[in-house]
Write a protein that binds this ligand. Structure first.
Ligand code: SF4
Length: 493
């Protein structure tokens, strides 16, 4: 058993670049910056030309972190040659995480040439499409939903490859931010609701696309704009020459935007710009609204000590503390928990008794700043509640006066069908306690526990239109109809 963070598991990270002789290397750096979006496996495919000018694809993928899969750096310079590439960091949300075959990018060679795809999100009608395709004779190599996209493109009766891709994208439903590499272009596409982020950038004379803008920053690239929900963009040699990116609508209908609000709460890096705003700013605002509506006071009028659960809650805790001060509540932001960044895949003996070691390996307390103080722990979410309980036990060892837990999202009550992996409903602490926060507070044995309400969460992101967000895992209001088989496959088996 390895240390598992009790947080929703993020979908995946994608990166693509067209027109740069160091394409593989830049993709490697880009994937590094996107490592937080998936740590199970990583892969890069490049397009190169052989001596007679014929395109061929090179593919390396494997289990592990980007630095592990590409530990042999000659892979990036000698094997993954070519001036265009796409890459993927995987955390499996569909398909067996064990199977090496499910590691992306996927690559096929069909009548129009090479085709490689990398996908972030979940296709909610994948099962239906897969069954139809199997019925027609298609043979699937993987259990990943992404493979249906390749089959739909390859089986299209249309003759133009861009039309084939567009037609395939019109058939799939759910969440997708995609990068596709062909013999002569890079395609990036985002589902009509825009659940997952996807941005367009420039590096020297080449163009890039990435799940988050932090992947551009790492190579000193330049952010151009976000790929619009329902947009498919094409980068080819003509675009390199003219500087005019080709843009198509996947279909004519206009859908309401439904960005995943969890990207702001937890998933995306604070240094990224997504859904029209800086994540850092939105995360601070979540902290401020949390403080405004759920402040903590010290009964002796001493300073309240605000600590984050590093690293994902750091920015939120800063927002929380600054708002307390603004409200005249004496407070101080402290580093009360030290997180080890070197645990990697540390082994932990299975079994309940040994679970605590997982938290202890990962975190330690700074007793001096917590002892005899009123402590507010700011965290972004509670999933199972096991890690929170262990962390609180750890903090109690410092003998604080009181412990208050503040969560910058509402209780998670429902599954996500759009690419985020929550445990089964019965494992969600909020679901187990039927949303009764007082009961959760009792279970966690803290002096108080308070969450943001859905309205408060939307108030925090109000600079972006609150209607533009998906909140289904909190509210149960799903922006799309979800195939019953898909629900069953993901959450009941
Ligand atoms: S259900 Fe929750 S995690 Fe999933 S897309 Fe909607 S807001 Fe994001």
């Amino acid at each position: 058993m390895y240390i598992e963070k009790d947080k929703p598991k993020c979908h995946c990270g994608v990166f693509g670049i067209y027109g740069n002789h160091t394409a593989a290397l830049q993709t490697y750096y880009g994937l590094h910056a996107l490592q937080h979006r998936g740590q199970e496996a990583s892969g890069i495919v490049t397009r190169d030309l052989n001596a007679s000018g014929k395109p061929h694809f090179n593919l390396i993928k494997g289990n592990g972190l980007v630095s592990e899969v590409f530990a042999d750096h000659s892979l990036l310079t000698d094997t993954l040659t070519g001036n265009s590439a796409i890459g993927h960091n995987r955390y499996s949300t569909t398909g067996s995480s064990k199977s090496k075959k499910n590691i992306q990018p996927f690559h096929v060679n069909y009548r129009m040439g090479n085709l490689a795809v990398a996908h972030n999100g979940n296709l909610t009608n994948e099962k239906m499409i897969r069954e139809e395709l199997v019925e027609e004779g298609a043979i699937f190599q993987t259990t990943s939903d992404t493979e249906v996209i390749l089959h739909l493109i390859a089986r299209s009766k249309l003759t133009n490859q861009i039309d084939q891709v567009k037609e395939a994208l019109q058939k799939i439903e759910g969440a997708f931010s995609l990068v596709i590499l062909t013999d002569n272009c890079l395609i990036a596409a985002r589902d009509p609701y825009g659940f997952r982020p996807l941005s367009l950038g420039k590096f020297e004379n080449s163009y890039m696309v990435a799940s988050e803008t932090c992947a551009f920053d790492i190579i000193s690239g330049q952010f151009i704009r976000e790929v619009e929900p329902g947009e498919m963009i094409v980068i080819d040699d003509e675009v390199l020459a003219t500087g005019e990116v080709k843009s198509f609508r996947i279909n004519g209908d206009v859908y309401p935007k439904k960005h995943c609000i969890f990207e702001y709460i937890y998933f995306s890096r604070p240094d990224s710009f997504i859904f029209g705003h800086n994540v850092d700013k939105m995360r601070r605002r979540l902290g401020k609204v949390l403080a405004k509506n759920h402040p903590v006071y010290d009964k002796d009028n001493e300073k309240v000590i605000v600590i984050s659960v590093p690293d994902s809650s750091n920015t939120t805790a800063m927002g929380y503390e600054s708002q307390l001060e603004k409200m005249g509540i004496r407070s101080k932001m402290e580093i009360g928990l030290i997180r080890s960044h070197y645990i990697g895949r540390t082994f932990i003996q299975p079994g309940q008794a040994n679970r605590e070691i997982g938290v202890r390996i990962k975190f330690n307390i700074v007793k001096g700043v917590l002892e005899n103080r009123t402590v507010v722990i700011v965290d972004d979410s509670i999933v199972r509640g096991t890690t929170s309980k262990q962390l609180i036990n750890l903090i109690k060892e410092a003998n604080p006066k009181e412990i208050h837990l503040r969560i910058s999202s509402p209780p998670i009550m429902h599954p996500c069908y759009y690419g985020m992996d929550f445990p089964s409903k019965d494992e969600l602490i909020a679901y187990r306690f039927k949303g009764n926060v007082k009961e959760i507070e009792k279970y966690l044995e803290v002096d108080s526990l308070e969450y943001l309400t859905i309205e408060e969460m939307l108030e925090a992101v109000k600079e972006a239109d609150p209607d533009n967000f998906c909140t289904a895992c909190f509210s149960g209001k799903y922006p799309t109809t979800v195939n019953a088989n898909f629900k069953k496959e993901i959450y009941e088996i």
